[in-house]
Write a protein that binds this ligand. Structure first.
Ligand code: PMP
Length: 366
């Protein structure tokens, strides 16, 4: 077997020990006579798996008791539609700060239901920066303010500054898409109204989405919607209004246990800083051979898009990287170039191997 270092943006690499445990338990979960994927979601086996996953995630992320945690299907994109349906009145104003592709997706999903206002956008500059907080045009009557904590394609991440780790938007709830940076560093959840994330980058496999929502927001009337689109109903039904994605939930649980055992979010913050510094260091020291165009203060610790100085080198770069055991480095089609996604499960050694490869490639093709 030759598992490569996998820099995929998502679905993304998972810890080998988690995959092995899933393999070990595939045929039969803990002397229960069946695989967890064969048990009823209402049975005691899966109820235990689900409860442990929530308890462990609460510990990992220090989620306060006044926040509910929902485990839902449909991906982050579905939440981008459910958020306006649940938190805003029909046609009510909502503010979006757009710092990349996924902020635009969020707007597309919300538009049929609410009066979307773009409070700030860095699109004119090619999404290479985050508009300064004092330039945001927030509406006093907005139901919420939406940001994308980390833009997976553009490689732009909200970073703490002046000791403030989330932008201050006053009393209006801050809703944040954390799909590509959840649980990668300590976050003060109480600064947010809603945090949502598809699991497939930092938390586990694709197919399950985590929504962390301040409980009082679930009392809002929202808009006419089917029960299955109602967050309060999901909470009441313990995220089992219908058959949940049990295997994905189980895998997420294994992954969260692994994260706790590794030292929790503080340790992942330390590793992320080290990994990001390694890669940006090689790029910045390459004299323009490699290029990352994002403003230094908001460069993502999770997704590092970069370009070679000559596009003709893209193909050999990718094929030689693959031969060196470094896979999935091709950039998103919207940007081109390369992208290295270095989520929690990417070991520091993987990034060191990539950094060495990049320096070596430059020498050979310089
Ligand atoms: N938001 C962000 C920041 C993402 O990176 C992605 C997926 N790459 C999405 C939303 C969409 O997520 P999903 O495919 O789970 O709907």
């Amino acid at each position: 077997m030759s598992r490569a270092f996998n820099f995929s943006a998502g679905p993304a690499t998972l810890p080998e020990s988690v995959l092995r445990q899933a393999q070990d338990e595939m045929l039969e979960w803990r002397d229960s006579g069946a695989s967890i994927v064969e048990h009823s979601h209402r049975g005691p086996e899966f109820i235990q798996v689900a409860a442990e996953a929530e308890a462990d995630l609460r510990t990992l992320m220090s989620i306060p008791a006044d926040y509910a945690v929902l485990f839902l299907g449909g991906g982050a994109t579905t939440q981008q539609a459910l958020i306006p349906l649940n938190l805003a009145a029909p046609g009510q104003a909502v503010d979006y700060v757009v710092t990349g592709h996924w902020g635009k997706t969020a707007i597309k999903q919300a538009k049929p239901y609410v009066d979307v206002r773009i409070a700030a956008t860095s699109e004119a500059g090619g999404f290479r920066d985050i508009p300064a907080r004092d330039s945001w045009q927030l509406s006093a009557d907005a139901a919420y303010v939406h940001i994308t904590a980390n833009e997976t394609i553009h490689g732009v991440e909200f970073r703490p500054f002046d000791g403030i780790d989330a932008p201050d938007v006053g009393d209006v709830p801050l809703v944040a898409d954390f799909s590509s940076s959840i649980a990668s560093e300590p976050v003060d959840i109480s600064k947010y109204g809603v945090i949502y994330a598809g699991a497939q980058k930092n938390l586990g496999p694709v197919g399950i989405t985590v929504v962390i929502v301040r409980r009082d927001l679930l009392e809002r009337a929202g808009q006419p919607r089917a029960d299955i689109f109602n967050y309060a109903s999901h909470l009441k039904g313990e995220s089992m209004l219908n058959t949940p994605p049990t295997w994905n939930w189980y895998m997420l649980g294994l992954n969260v246990k692994w994260m706790l055992a590794e030292g929790g979010v503080a340790e992942f913050a330390r590793r992320s800083a080290e990994k990001a510094a390694l890669l940006y260091g090689v790029i910045d020291a390459s004299g323009g051979y490699y290029r990352n165009e994002v403003a230094a203060a908001v460069r993502s610790r999770m997704n590092v898009p970069f370009f070679l100085h000559d596009e003709a080198l893209d193909k050999p770069f990718l094929s030689e990287a693959k031969a060196a055991g470094l896979m999935a480095l091709k950039g998103h089609r919207a940007l081109g170039g390369m992208r290295a996604s270095i989520y929690n499960a990417m070991p520091v050694e993987g990034v060191k191997a990539l950094a060495d490869f990049m320096q070596d490639f430059k020498q050979r093709h310089g």
